[in-house]
Design a protein around this ligand. Structure first.
Ligand code: NAG
Ligand code: NAG
Length: 555
């Protein structure tokens, strides 16, 4: 376990392809130099992100039934190419089996075949890479056309206790950022500060949750919206609970004094997002709660769809969040604004990264429904559905959301890890693994994440294993990839990665699972093994000698 102690440099998640110039950044808040702690440059060609393929990202391969989604997330729609992460959206039909509770026979589950007319991609670092505070910067080219609506590209963060698109894990968990005990909210917040013994290694009387920080959500399209906002625009948001109780502003109206958070900071071209203040998670009883979206909008231009631009946020837990495009300040939120309004906090949860392009009838689609259209179908093939689609949308497909890099920088007080000493998540997730698994997968095959395979993928020549260049050195032996040190995934295309500090105790019921899942650099693995063998040898020698001596005296 030596590397746990020595691993103070926090280099375990840095992509070896990151250029020297990216190894630190200068904070746009206070000009302090901050070191790089995570990066992915996507330089290796043909990386795949299927479950068990990559130490950083997992491509979602399931139906999305959140936010009136029109797409199926398909793992083959996320790849690396030409030095980019390439998230494709296309009008391709997917038929899939959905397991549902039978209405006629109580308690029975039946499989129903459902269809989606669009495919898209989403990658998450859920339960692999998380950070609590720091600077997140991505360099991206947005998909589709700037003046045609219909796509919803996004890059965002969510607390590790909820897995996005796995609704059973987010209910009562998303987007709580609240550490007070009040009896009205106790039944609405899964892990409430009112709980004296929450189990699963969680601290007594500490409120937990899975708040959301949106680095970018883009609304392409044309024309002006009320309040002088022109499409296309980017939304930058913090989503937290508890929400502001009445009075609340209504969507489309500017808030009156006392209706909304005070002291929000807007850049020169930004304005409050009056189109979305949040939503009610309605459980038809007193456990219903409101999630607030504290959000700003900023117009962007055609160049954001034809060229690369940097989007950045600087996040200080229980402090502030500031958003920037190309180093230009957009929007900022301070902890006091939240505290004074609802008692919520700027998040301090270990949070994971998400990159995706969604499609939803509620994002950039004709609204209200045009006269004479029934708006019941959204399909590029069926002419009857055309009236419900944004004009010109189908012609923009397939569309590609390209990410040049993702980089995270942290100050000394910030933590890496999805389960930290102050904010453990590991045992809660282990104890509720059903909630984090696809409900449409049969129980026997269900599990949240597979272990990452190190080699073993099919190959013909060495270059099939890592594609040469940055990932080269791995070999094809008897038609199976054999990864060089520092490379992982079935075809050795990913740079190995790990947390430098592991906070969870090893007195765990699943200790052997965890040891297998924990990725140590192979050299360390071998060192450890050699050490264990040495101890074993000493013990065996000792036992043999004792036996021998006893043997002498027995006779
Ligand atoms: C993105 O992927 C598609 C195929 O999935 C490909 O046609 C396109 O060239 C890729 N874009 C870039 C910039 O690599
Ligand atoms: C802000 O808006 C003005 C006017 O629309 C535009 O000329 C300028 O480029 C914008 N600034 C940035 C940094 O986007």
């Amino acid at each position: 376990m030596l590397w746990l102690v020595l691993g103070v440099a926090r280099a375990g998640w840095v992509d070896p392809d990151s250029p020297r110039s990216a190894r630190t950044t200068v904070s746009l808040v206070d000009r302090v130099e901050v070191p790089l702690v995570f990066s992915d440059e996507f330089e290796v060609e043909g990386r795949e992100f299927d479950d068990g393929f990559d130490p950083r990202w997992t491509a979602i391969h399931k139906n999305d039934y959140t936010n009136a989604a029109l797409h199926y997330y398909h793992q083959e729609y996320v790849r690396t190419s030409n030095g980019f992460l390439n998230v494709t959206t296309d009008a391709v039909e997917t038929e899939f089996e959905s397991l549902q509770l039978s209405k006629r026979r109580k308690g029975k589950i039946k499989a129903k075949t459902l269809k989606k007319e669009f495919r898209s991609g989403m990658v998450q670092t859920w339960n692999k890479f998380c950070f609590s505070g720091g600077i997140l910067e991505v360099r991206v080219k947005l998909p589709g056309r700037h003046d045609v609506g219909g796509l919803w590209p996004a890059t965002w963060l969510m607390g590790n206790l909820a897995r996005s698109t796995y609704v059973a894990s987010s209910d009562y968990m998303w987007p709580w950022s609240y550490d007070r005990c009040d009896r009205a909210n106790q039944i609405r917040q899964e892990i409430s500060a009112c709980k004296p013994s929450p189990h699963y290694g969680l601290d007594a009387n500490r409120g937990r949750g899975a708040p959301e920080i949106d680095l970018l959500e883009v609304m392409p399209g044309s024309g002006w919206l009320p309040w002088g906002l022109k499409k296309p625009y980017v939304s930058t948001s913090l989503q937290v609970a508890p929400g502001k109780t009445n009075p609340r502003p209504s969507n489309g109206d500017r808030p009156h004094p006392g209706q909304w958070y005070e002291g929000l900071r807007f850049g020169k071209n930004s304005s409050i997002n009056v189109f979305f203040y949040g939503l009610k998670l309605d459980h038809h009883d007193e456990t219903s709660y409101v999630a607030d979206a504290i959000s700003g909008n900023t117009p962007i231009r055609e160049t954001h769809f034809t060229d690369f631009h940097t989007f950045r946020l600087e996040w200080e837990p229980r402090g502030y969040i500031n958003w920037y495009v190309d180093d230009f300040f957009l929007y900022g939120i301070d902890d006091e604004s939240l505290g004074e309004c609802t008692g919520a906090h700027v998040p301090d949860e270990p949070s994971y990264l998400l990159i995706n392009t969604a499609m939803s009838s509620t994002w950039g689609f004709p609204f209200p429904c045009p006269p004479g259209c029934d708006c019941k179908c959204h399909d590029c093939v069926n002419p009857k559905c055309k009236c419900a689609m944004p004009p010109g949308f189908c012609e923009t497909l397939p569309a590609h959301f390209l990410v040049d890099y993702v980089r995270v920088y942290q100050r000394p007080q910030h933590k890496l890890g999805c389960s930290t000493d102050t904010h453990p998540t590991k045992r809660f997730i282990q104890g509720h693994s059903d909630r984090y698994s696809d409900p449409d997968v049969r129980a026997s095959r269900k599990r949240p994440l597979r272990d990452v395979e190190v080699g073993g993928g099919p190959c013909r020549v060495d270059s099939d294993c890592g594609g040469g260049g940055g990932g080269g050195g791995s070999a094809c032996r008897r038609r199976r990839c054999d990864c060089k040190e520092g490379a992982t995934g079935p075809t050795c295309r990913a740079a190995a990665a790990h947390d430098d500090v592991i906070y969870d105790d090893l007195d765990d019921i699943h200790v052997f699972d965890d040891l297998r899942r924990f990725y140590a650099p192979p050299a360390m693995d071998r060192l450890c093994l050699a050490f264990l063998l040495l101890i074993l040898a000493i013990v065996v020698a000792h036992v043999a000698r004792t036996k021998h001596q006893r043997g002498l005296y027995d006779y």
